[in-house]
Design a protein around this ligand. Structure first.
Ligand code: ADP
Length: 432
């Protein structure tokens, strides 16, 4: 049965988009993810939710605003009833944004300049992200004590989301604290109204359990704009009972072809996963950013190394490094240049791997995934089974390989268990 999409989402990076789509699918919404804003304004999408994946997390704020507004216009042309601006569950942003400026621009467009009301809630308890008294926790640690302190592009040194968001938005920021959230949806709605009456435009909302996400979700019915991590998506489908009744897992076409992992994430979880994969005896090729900068043809070297090994099992090509090594590289090359060089190199390697027969590809790192997906020419992805919370396998078609189905898993840095890379391939071999 075809239906008009009801929920339109704008995600600020590609792994985040997939994480969100995964949660929507789990909650019964048939979800299509597009890479960038589709060029075709009239394209009719047969889905309950659409996720437009942007790569706008760390670009200049004006460009992030421009791209987000273009996504909004396209989603509005699809007739959606609610807009969801998705950012990372660790609130990855720079002092300039882009979460605040994009939120302001979307609210201005939807509810009038300086008007309107929305929430901020990166909580995803299942993935160890909770918000209490406005403070974001990663597991047992405050965000500012977690590995996010040393993120190469968006170091997060303050866990107080009211303060962080207030430094990015023109609108007054308030808090819906746990005392209210635990009372349920009606109490949350009343608090929204009270804050709005006080002139608050953006409310950080506490959430520490899955049940909280459901209460908050209910209270968000009819709100034109929601801004959140992917967790809140679990609580929204209940607001469209006819959609929610369809709950069906998404089956993907059978996986074929060779297997590889490309990792440009330097997050702690990814460092552990790279180590685990190597300790299991799988072949791994380390990409040295300084060698790229010195002009070595690292792409050719990596592919020449990988080709003879691929038929024997999955290989890993990684730039993943501990924070001291990343900082040393950044001191020499600059943060932006180091990031761009590594992303370009890894995405060219990913293209070369697919040309060499790889059809099952795991990519680690949000920015890295964005670069790889763009290089592969992916336009739309169907969301399949979940490997770990927040990371599903997807099936994509690319104009560059029209006769191949490519299975892609895009893993955000801090997601996934230590054995994620091997587990991912095992899941794909299982009959669905
Ligand atoms: P995550 O999801 O863990 O944040 P990202 O891919 O979003 O990972 O960000 C990691 C950034 O660090 C990318 O821009 C990547 O190119 C860069 N990077 C990866 N390896 C290195 C390295 N060894 N030195 C410096 N920068 C690196």
């Amino acid at each position: 049965m075809s239906a008009r999409p009801v929920l339109g989402c704008i995600a600020d990076d590609f792994t985040g988009a997939t994480d969100l789509a995964n949660n929507l699918v789990r909650s019964g919404m048939r979800t299509v993810q597009t890479i960038g804003v589709p060029a075709d304004a009239a394209a009719a999408i047969d889905a309950d939710a659409i996720v437009v994946a942007l790569k706008s997390r760390t670009i200049p704020a004006e460009q992030a605003v421009e791209q987000s507004l273009a996504a909004l216009r396209w989603l509005q042309s699809q007739g959606v009833e609610q807009i969801y601006f998705k950012y990372c569950s660790t609130f990855d942003s720079t002092p300039q944004g882009n979460i605040g400026p994009v939120t302001d621009a979307l609210l201005d467009a939807l509810q009038g300049p300086g008007q309107g009301f929305t929430i901020v809630c990166p909580a995803f308890p299942e993935n160890q992200r909770t918000v209490f008294k406005g403070h974001l926790f990663v597991g047992d640690q405050l965000l500012s004590d977690s590995g996010m302190r040393q993120h190469p592009l968006t170091p997060m040194t303050d866990a107080n989301l009211v303060r962080v968001m207030q430094s990015q938005t023109r609108r007054p920021v308030g808090l819906v604290s746990y005392d209210t959230v635990r009372l349920g949806a009606s109490a949350i709605s009343e608090r929204f109204a009270a804050l709005q009456a006080q002139g608050v435009g953006v409310a950080v909302v506490d959430a520490i359990t899955h049940a909280d996400l459901m209460s908050i979700g209910k209270a968000l019915a009819g709100m034109p704009l929601v801004t959140a991590g992917s967790g809140i998506a679990l609580g929204l489908p209940q607001n469209w009972p006819s959609v929610n009744a369809r709950a069906k897992a998404h089956a993907l076409p059978a996986a074929t072809g060779l297997r590889a992992v490309v990792s440009g994430s330097c997050s702690q979880a990814t460092n552990t996963q790279v180590l685990h994969f190597r300790q299991q005896g799988h072949p791994a090729f380390a990409v040295d950013p300084l060698a790229i900068a010195a002009g070595d043809d690292v792409v050719a070297l990596a592919l020449a190394w990988a080709r003879p090994l691929l038929p024997q099992g999955p290989v890993l090509v990684y730039a993943t490094a501990e924070s001291a090594a990343v900082q040393a590289v950044q001191a020499q090359l600059g943060v932006a240049r180091a990031g761009a060089l590594v992303e370009q190199t890894l995405s060219r390697i990913a293209v070369g791997l697919v040309d060499s027969g790889v059809q099952q590809l795991v990519v680690a790192g949000g920015e890295t995934s964005g670069a790889v997906v763009q290089a592969l020419g992916v336009q739309r992805m169907a969301i399949g089974p979940q490997i770990d919370p927040g990371v599903p396998w997807t099936a994509v078609q690319s104009a560059q390989w029209p006769d191949k189905t490519l299975h892609l898993a895009l893993k955000s840095g801090n997601f996934g268990s230590a054995d994620f890379f091997t587990k991912a391939f095992m899941l794909l071999q299982e009959p669905s």
